[in-house]
Design a protein around this ligand. Structure first.
Ligand SMILES: [Zn+2]
Length: 178
């Protein structure tokens, strides 16, 4: 055994791999490019999952196509974060941006990490009513969509914009945000 110190080297590595979408995510993605948000509603607890997961983790039951539901593209901001980007390798953002969690109107469904590009940061608030701003149909893409996306709408929805309706009071949505 050598007494020499091990030689340490820094090395950037690029790993490219293909992530094959699950059949459930394929249905979600096909609906998304058509301009429809597809979810699944659990028949036992009533929760709506978007994107659909193929199961309900609370009731531990399989969800199939019979549980698919088309969702509204309007909802309410229930939480948000203003992200100040730190520059690191690969980081493209330079200015602060918002990531919001949106509870869709009935039957429900929660989309996280959504953009509110047209809303000044000091006007973003929980309770704000918003609707999807879809990318024109001929320009929609599924780039960036994978099985781990939490409510990813990348390439199909530009962001969400205020509807101008009165804000919803916390009491109206506080039991539906988890
Ligand atoms: Zn359930």
């Amino acid at each position: 055994m050598s007494d020499e110190e091990p030689l340490m080297m820094d090395q950037f590595v690029v790993l490219n791999y293909h992530d094959l979408l699950t059949p459930t995510m394929v249905r979600y993605s096909e609906a998304l490019v058509r301009g429809t948000l597809l979810g699944q509603q659990c028949p036992q607890c009533g929760l709506v999952y978007v994107p659909p997961r193929g199961y309900c983790p609370i009731d531990t039951i399989v969800l199939g196509t019979e549980h698919d539901v088309e969702l509204e593209d309007r909802g309410v901001v229930t939480a948000y974060t203003i992200v100040t980007p730190v520059q690191y390798h690969g980081q493209k953002e330079t200015e602060p941006f918002v990531r919001a969690t949106i509870l869709l109107d009935e039957p429900g469904g929660i989309l996280s990490l959504q953009d509110l590009p047209d809303v000044p940061h000091d006007e973003v608030r929980a309770g704000m009513r918003v609707q999807a701003n879809w990318v024109p149909e001929s320009e929609r893409s599924l780039d960036g969509l994978d099985n781990r996306s939490w409510g990813s709408t990348a390439g199909c929805i530009k962001g969400w914009r205020p509807t101008g309706e009165p804000d919803m009071a916390p009491e109206e949505y506080k039991d539906k945000v988890f």
